[in-house]
Design a protein around this ligand. Structure first.
Ligand code: ARG
Length: 583
């Protein structure tokens, strides 16, 4: 049981005896430690419902509250109940956490089957910067959800059936560079795509030729299908390399093409059920008047001061199906085949209208019970404050961004590292560079834009992955100096100094923070928790000698070091970040 759960149970009992009925009385960690460790505003909320005086209610509740030797409670302001815990409570909690492989994190009460749809680049098209965010956030969310006990299915819904294939096929036939394709497939496919894209901009007939190649592919033309298959295989190999570097993996790669056969019958059904109708040659889904607030209706847009239809097109006038059609089929598949309770789409904010429409259509198809969610995110900016671009003005590719980070990490490692062999240094630079990119991503609120600044993200003293990794190495180094191994399982910590009480206070919060991360899909709450924990550890380290302390303080402090390193390593693991043995 976490300290919050313990306090909530005791508080609910006290309310029960005062009010004569069962109520829920939420407790949260206090934002300002001057007021205590935990806080509840339940008395205020409950008094408001009952139109009584909140302070008077809080007083009665405190009088009825049995905290045993957990700590004390008092009232603040209009009726807040503040809890101050005894150091022995944190000590007992630390001992429990150390004995628990879950480090005190409870599993979710209700376990769900959750599909996480993330990364999903468009094959043969430049992987845009948004895919970096999607890949890293999606992977972290999947690790967190799994750890909380959910059945998680990760699915890389790659764009492998769209217009870009018409272009690549056209350019492929014009002149493929076989050698380049073998050496760096993603690069060669990108070159072909750009060649076709530039040529079709300049020449209408080339655009038409590209379209024809796509139609041929989708109609099963053998030559085009063979080209497509090779493109997919090679891209897949190129993408796998990137995902390996990032330590990201997927249970499935069901891209757009996987749903090809489902599209025609689906569209027929949508039409027969009156969900879709023809309009100007295309088959479209229009607003059904829900929600009543037009500003929130995803099938309407504001044009010249009027609400105008903005339908979802599911079959274009030339007969082709599109992204939207595939996505509807995908929801259906995930529900029927995987029995998914939830599907979370980690995709950049520009697709928000698409997902609103998709979820509305899913509800009309009878999937309203599903937790369908667009986990949106902002933009990565360059140091000039504008969306990050390469020197040539293109969107940077993920691999290049990682390379750049690793080169920067290598020079930082060369300056300060104790690692000796060249090979180990290289591996360390790779680990640190990539961790730094990941952590920077995960420490920002996903909806805010952030500046991609390698100097900042690699700083050893900063809100960075290297800072946390270094904290772990430092924490572990104490154990290397021990002459004899200590059995910490029998140790009950003795917390005396403020710095050690504070460290134990933060350790206890681990089990309280992790279960909240999926409420609003915010891994940054974990990233920030880990930074605070590391800061508490460094203050402890300055204030409290460990190996030089006398018993029982020495073992007590060793226990805090052990638990701190375990929580840091585990928490970073949930973010998809590993720790080196040495730095
Ligand atoms: N391929 C899309 C893109 O690059 C993202 C796909 C996201 N997933 C989905 N089911 N729509 O923008």
């Amino acid at each position: 049981m976490t300290l919050i759960q313990d306090l909530e149970a005791r508080l609910a009992n006290a309310f029960q005896s005062v009010l004569g009925e069962t109520v829920s009385a939420p407790v949260v960690a206090a934002a300002d430690l001057r007021f205590g460790d935990y806080q509840s505003n339940a008395a205020m909320a409950l008094a408001k419902q009952r139109k009584t005086n909140p302070r008077a209610l809080a007083e009665q509740v405190i009088a009825a509250l049995d905290l045993a030797d957990l700590g004390t409670a008092d009232i603040a302001g209009p009726g807040f109940i503040n809890f101050k815990l005894a150091p022995s409570s944190f000590a007992a909690r630390a001992k429990e956490q150390l004995a628990d492989p879950r480090l005190g994190v409870p599993e979710a009460a209700e376990k769900k089957t959750i599909v996480l749809d993330f990364s999903a680049p468009n094959v043969a098209k430049p992987m845009h910067i948004g895919h970096i965010r999607s890949t890293i956030i999606g992977d972290a969310l999947s690790r967190i959800a799994r750890f909380l006990g959910h059945h998680v299915i990760t699915d890389n819904h790659i764009g492998d059936w769209g217009t870009q294939f018409g272009m690549v096929t056209w350019a492929w036939k014009q002149g493929l560079n076989e050698q380049a394709l073998l050496e760096n497939p993603l690069q060669e496919l990108l070159r072909l795509y750009r060649h076709a894209s530039d040529s079709s901009k300049a020449d209408e007939s080339i655009r038409e030729a590209c379209r024809q190649e796509l139609v041929k592919l989708q109609q099963g033309d053998e030559e085009n299908f063979a080209i497509w298959q090779r493109c997919i295989e090679l891209s897949r190999a190129g993408l796998d390399k990137i995902y390996d570097r990032l330590d990201v993996s997927f249970d499935h790669w069901l891209g757009e093409s996987a749903y090809n056969d489902a599209l025609a019958p689906l569209v027929e059904r949508l039409q027969a059920d009156g969900i879709a109708r023809e309009s100007e040659g295309a088959l479209c889904i229009f607003s059904n008047g829900e929600p009543a607030d037009q500003a929130k209706d995803p099938f309407l847009i504001r044009k010249d001061g009027e609400w105008t239809d903005f339908p979802m097109i599911i079959r274009k006038s030339d007969g082709a199906f599109n992204y939207a059609t595939t996505d509807i089929a995908t929801v259906e598949f995930r529900r029927k085949e995987w029995k998914a309770d939830a599907a979370w789409y980690v995709v950049d904010h520009r697709q928000s209208q698409h997902f609103h429409q998709l979820f509305s259509v899913a509800a009309r198809l009878g999937y309203g019970e599903m937790d369908l969610r667009h986990i949106s995110f902002g933009t990565i900016l360059g140091t000039d404050g504008k969306p990050l671009k390469t020197r040539a003005g293109d969107l940077p590719q993920l691999d290049d961004v990682l390379d750049e980070a690793v080169v920067a990490a290598a020079s930082a490692v060369a300056e300060r590292s104790r690692v000796e062999t060249e090979e180990d240094r290289k591996a360390l630079a790779e680990l640190i560079g990539i961790s730094a990119v990941k952590f920077t991503e995960l420490s920002h609120h996903r909806l805010s834009d952030y500046v991609f600044d390698l100097n900042k993200m690699l700083a050893l003293q900063g809100d960075t992955a290297p800072y946390l990794q270094y904290s772990v190495v430092r924490c572990r180094s104490i154990f290397r100096k021990l002459e004899q191994a200590v059995d910490l399982s029998t140790v009950t910590p003795l917390l005396v100094e403020d710095a050690e009480i504070h460290l134990a206070r933060f350790l206890a919060r681990y089990g309280e923070v992790v279960p909240t991360l999926l409420d609003d899909h915010r891994p940054n709450l974990l990233a920030n928790y880990l930074l605070e924990l590391a800061r508490a550890y460094h203050s402890f380290n300055e204030a409290c000698p460990v190996l030089k302390a006398e018993e029982p303080l020495r073992n007590s402090r060793l226990l805090l070091c052990e638990l701190t390193s375990r929580v840091l390593v585990h928490g970073l693991g949930l973010l998809g970040i590993r720790c080196p043995d040495q730095m």
